[in-house]
Design a protein around this ligand. Sequence first.
Ligand SMILES: C[S@@+](CC[C@H](N)C(=O)[O-])C[C@H]1O[C@@H](n2cnc3c(N)ncnc32)[C@H](O)[C@@H]1O
Length: 264
Amino acid sequence: MGTTTGRRRPRLRFARVELKARLLLPSIRRSVAEQARHLRSLGEPQAQRLGEALERIASDHLSPDARAALERVEAARRATLRSLERVSWADGSTESVAWICALASQPPSGARLLHHLAAVWQPRQALELGTCVGVSAAYQAVALRTGTLTTLEAYPALADRAEDTWRLAQIDNARVVVGRFADTLAPTLAEAAWDYAFIDGNHQGRATEGYVEQVSRSAAPGALLALDDIDYNDGMRAAWDSVRQRPDVAASAVVGKIGLLALR
Ligand SMILES: C[S@@+](CC[C@H](N)C(=O)[O-])C[C@H]1O[C@@H](n2cnc3c(N)ncnc32)[C@H](O)[C@@H]1O
């Protein structure tokens, strides 16, 4: 899977795929509540907004409609996990779609966190780097009242599976752009004023700093950037320390392994 889905350090990202799985461990819940209180006390509009997003994550409230939509996404995930299909990599080797989905997709807890973020931010144009089979894209797209989500993926076979996920989950506001980020990110950024981005591919520090730089430079004022796996390796930890201090960042927060940047 190219450079990026964690093959070097394989780990299954979830044990259960039910929606009822707990969103936050108690220690992370406490940290989220503390960060929310701090952000709310700053009196800066973007800090307030990020604080509101953290409060929503801590409350983990889902409306009946949202719950039903996310249950459909989990049903689509379960179908993928039962799939016997294999995809071919550039070197000619193959891998099962089920294994890729289990290894690389956000678990229900992380995906629900993204759903809450998108629900509070309500971007008109949401971007995701790293589609895989479309699970996190689905969770975020479901949260958007009028916005659309565009997600970038190197492998056409995975992009096809993502479209299957969205069809099964009855999602019609997500699309995938196929190609490597090096080729697709700049033209995609030029298409719209992006006000939200979830960066979840190629978890290498310098590459991640570059994606943050590229997205921030063309993002709409007040955009939210979410970075997955900020503790994945030394490079990612250094990248997080650096990007959170960017002058265009109004407020930042960490929820588990996801870093959040609210831009000015
Ligand atoms: C961790 S997975 C994404 C999981 C997905 N966001 C989810 O939670 O459902 C990362 C994905 O990014 C893709 N990817 C990694 N590096 C890439 C690159 N340089 N260009 C395009 N896609 C890339 C991989 O093929 C993989 O499908």
